[in-house]
Ligand binder design. Sequence first.
Ligand code: SF4
Ligand code: SF4
Length: 381
Amino acid sequence: MSKVVLKKCEEYSLDLIKNKINESLSLLGGIDSLIKKDAKVFIKCNCVGPFDKSLGITTHPIFLQAVIQLVKTRTNNITIGDNPATRDLTYTLKKNGIYDIIMEEGLEIVNNKTLLTIQNHHAKIYNEFEVSKEMIDVDVLINLPKLKTHSLAYMTVAEKNFFGLIYGLNKAGWHVRASNPLEFGEAINDLYGAILENLDGKNIINICDGILGLEGEGPSSGGKSKFANAIITSLDAVSLDRIACEVIHLDSSKCFITNIANERGYGCGEIEKIELLGDSLKDFDVSFIPPKDSLSNLGLRVLKIKPLRNILLEHPKINHDKCIKCGECAKICPPKTMVIEPKKYPHLTNHKCIRCWCCAEVCPQNAIEKSKRPLLGKIFF
Ligand code: SF4
Ligand code: SF4
């Protein structure tokens, strides 16, 4: 049985979080057996963009510091980072409040310069991925996701956080290659399978910072921060995601990334087969608002037919009162349908839009909203 440890934690207090995570790791075998002495460790944060810690979008600096101090009891060979989609990593880490913690702890930031091709020999769609070498060429990979809803993927926690192993803007290319949600879910799982193959025999420790999470139109400025007061730990990202879904009372049938992973046997996504340790689910009475107009399984299958997306789905809409014309949305847009001219607001050609919501993810102003769903889509879904 897959094990997940759930801990209630109501504040970002360093010692409190350290104790909770240490207790969680003890229930999974103990930090001494999970991290061998002087092991090479990479800590993967969620630094999706230059957002302040109070917004619940990125790994909280105190949470990271608690993990660092625990890992340091075993090794000093630690690298930390992520691959934000637009702005450079140092700028992003400074805005997240993470940079100062890494400096205070005297550790290295990943430089993301050397890429490594990893393979999934049982992939469904894509069998090769270029990832940052420093993130994967390690003895232990520690994954620190946030607990968030996601406009495209419905929910994003541990498994989806590995998408950040793909270098910067290369991530956007994956949205073109896997241009509907189900295909994207398969691609994320092809990547996760490649990570599992590459780290075979090594430990991947997933520790979710679900103290402050994000509901609504996540995973960045479109969402609304909300306390879930949870720390969720597991060696199985899929089980962790399944429990996370229960903690915030979302609909597990819509968590298609987890469901695909479960079908492929990359982890356990069935609640009755997961051994839940630590605190009880009954201790968590918070409900997160899901993304607007999230789709059922049938809806996701229908969207595989490209032309239907334009007549059934909402599209991005720029709120001119909030937009500062920074151009980040146009820079990331995978099919380049969002464009911006000097001193003007960005605009898009709706029928070319693949509804990946990358533009909303990188917008610093929460200026990209969803239009109303077309009448046909309302009737159909
Ligand atoms: S919509 Fe957002 S990302 Fe795009 S230009 Fe305006 S502020 Fe920048
Ligand atoms: S406009 Fe936004 S949602 Fe549409 S393809 Fe571009 S980034 Fe994706």
